[in-house]
Write a new protein. Structure first.
Length: 138
């Protein structure tokens, strides 16, 4: 199967497939007499796995490790579970940060809205220093 067909089948770009090949995520495929890459069904499965891993926000180095485990005859689940737990903990930490950021943005917006009610409004966000917190509205 040629690269364009593989790309369309999986939903990747041709450049992405070449990138994965250059970075050792898939083996270099054999070439036809005309120099075209010929991919096997196994390559398609691997590329689908890589795409799914990236969808779960695994780094390429992490995906490479998962591919090594996938190639293992025993395919142990414990290391995969550990990696998934680490990824989930990372996402939860980011969510905590995003919730705090959302709270700070709401406070800043409330401060702006309060100031806008005044006849001679001066933006409180532009007046405050970087280290100050927005008005809490107490």
């Amino acid at each position: 199967m040629q690269i364009g067909i593989v790309a369309k089948k999986i939903g990747l770009t041709v450049d992405a497939i070449r990138f994965y090949e250059r970075n050792g995520l898939i083996p270099r495929p054999p070439r036809t007499g005309g120099g075209f890459r010929q991919y096997a069904e196994n390559d398609v499965e691997t590329l689908t796995f890589v795409r799914r891993g990236q969808g779960l926000r695994f780094k390429l180095s992490e995906i490479r490790g998962l591919l090594r485990l996938r190639g293992n005859r025993l395919q142990p689940c414990a290391p995969v579970q550990r990696r998934l737990q680490e990824k989930l903990a990372d996402v939860q930490l980011k969510l905590t940060y995003l919730h705090k950021l959302e709270h700070e943005l709401r406070l800043a917006l409330r401060s702006c809205k309060k100031e806008m009610r005044k006849q001679h409004a001066h933006c409180p966000i532009l007046r405050e220093s970087i280290s100050q917190k927005p008005e809490t509205g107490k």
